[in-house]
Design a protein around this ligand. Structure first.
Ligand code: HSE
Length: 447
């Protein structure tokens, strides 16, 4: 250690995909980190259930019990990378009680226990950093909380689950099978321990609830996020969307409206020329609209060992830089002073307005299209675009008597669409349920 450098001890809990990446990045980047901080940041203890063969643990104390790390007097910063919520919550609260600063990549933990953790940490003057919890390597928490601190954010929309984006991209570009791509996402370390969190939209909902909180200064509202995953998206819908000039992306959207905050995660058709539509593979992007800055967009690797480790190590550096400053001078956890965080109603999905892609399989006979048009118009819904396929063009398991009709509607309140869909599904000449995917034109939307 050079003269004048101080040393800070890290306790690393978890040595999986992100933990292993963090361990190695701290070792590889040591010289650069000293150049930036004049501090020697050393991992003094690791807690993991099984050793990670990618990490050389020969010079570090290894324990199986995470609480040994918390109790180690040489640990100044606890890095929580074990995932899950129950043990992670106990670990984090124990670390706070011991006066240790915290870095975590755990979106589920922050989304479900963030309020409790931040309150406990504030009482003790403890820093809690969670940049790696959202959008992997992209410093989007810092960008929103600090870079846009002068601005009033009105909406944000993002591709915030790398696994879902990887699956949709591979399905579209290479016509690959859903399960096959998911297995690859697991091998590449993108997917959660339980990949249902990715494909059912829960992981994106965790992240969106945190983003919305730091954007609007509202409590973390994970339980109120409307959540739909990508499991029902078919090759057929991807291809019809493309014919209509759209791509299907899994988006998290949060917007301030006069009636409340929109908080929704679902597959979405967006114009194919939009930047968000061209964010592919495991990449993430978050588009933010604010009054003064207008649209700003943040792009980068959303998952994986090294990209996520990059955000974890940057947070460790941030803690090292600010740990000696007075707690009240630090950036608040959620970007707003705790007493200024305002509860706001979350708009139920039935009250949200957007356009829709509808796919209906109908008997190939005269009058069916007229019946559907009548139902839509009776519900004040207009048709913006329409594709009607010939029976012979359509083979996917349907009898030749059925043909798909694909419609893009105008922007309407979801409750009206629900009513129209129920009436369409009650028609005799309809096969199965109506497929509905929301449509947004965000980059042209400055509202
Ligand atoms: N499973 C997550 C994803 C990892 O696919 O985005 C990064 O949070």
């Amino acid at each position: 250690m050079a003269k004048g450098e101080k040393s800070i001890g890290i306790g690393l809990c978890g040595l999986g995909t992100v933990g292993g990446g963090t361990f190695n990045l701290l070792a590889e980047g040591q010289k650069e980190i000293v150049r930036r901080t004049a501090v020697d940041i050393k991992i003094v203890q690791v807690a993991c259930l099984i050793d990670n063969p990618a990490c050389d643990l020969s010079h570090v104390k290894v324990t199986r019990d995470v609480f040994d790390v918390v109790n180690n007097p040489d640990v100044d910063i606890v890095v929580e990378l074990i995932g899950g919520t129950d043990l992670a919550r106990q670990l984090v609260l124990a670390a706070i009680a011991q006066g240790k600063h915290l870095v975590t990549a755990n979106k589920a933990l922050i989304a479900t226990h963030g309020d409790e953790i931040f309150a406990a940490a504030q009482q003790r003057g403890i820093m809690v950093c969670f940049e790696a919890a959202i959008a992997g390597a992209i410093p989007v928490v810092k960008a929103i909380r600090e870079g846009l601190a002068a601005d009033r954010i009105t909406w944000l929309a993002g591709i915030i689950n790398g696994t879902s984006n990887f699956i949709l991209t591979e399905m579209e570009e290479k016509h690959r099978d859903f399960d096959d791509v998911l297995a690859e996402a697991q091998r590449l370390g993108y997917a959660e321990a339980d990949p249902a969190f990715d494909i059912e939209g829960i992981d994106a909902a965790h992240k969106l609830s945190i983003l919305s909180s730091i954007a609007f200064g509202v409590p973390i509202n994970f339980d109120s996020v409307y959540t739909e995953g990508i499991a029902k998206i078919t090759q057929q819908d991807i291809s019809y969307a493309s014919e209509l000039g759209y791509r299907i992306k899994h988006l998290g959207i949060s917007r301030l409206t006069e009636d409340g905050i929109e908080l929704r995660v679902h597959p979405t058709l967006i114009p194919a020329k939009d930047m968000l539509a061209n964010v592919n593979g495991a990449m993430n992007a978050v588009l933010v609209h604010s009054d003064a800055a207008g649209n700003t967009m943040y792009y980068g690797a959303g998952a994986g060992s090294k990209p996520t480790a990059s955000a974890v190590v940057a947070d460790i550096i941030d803690v090292v830089r600010h740990m000696d400053s007075a707690p009240e001078k630090r950036t608040p956890y959620l970007g707003f002073q705790a007493e200024s965080i305002l509860d706001q109603d979350v708009l139920p999905i039935e009250k949200v307005r957007c356009a829709y892609y509808l796919r209906v399989e109908v008997l190939d006979k005269t009058g069916v299209m007229a019946s559907i048009s009548t139902i839509l118009s009776n519900n004040l819904i207009s048709i913006e675009a329409l594709i009607q396929k010939e029976a012979s063009e359509f083979l996917n398991g349907l009898t030749k008597a059925h043909v798909p009709i694909v419609i893009i509607t105008n922007r309407i309140v979801e409750a009206s669409l629900n009513k129209a869909i129920a009436e369409i599904e009650a028609l005799d000449d309809i096969n199965g349920e109506v497929t509905r995917i929301r449509v947004e034109a965000l980059e042209g939307d400055h509202g």
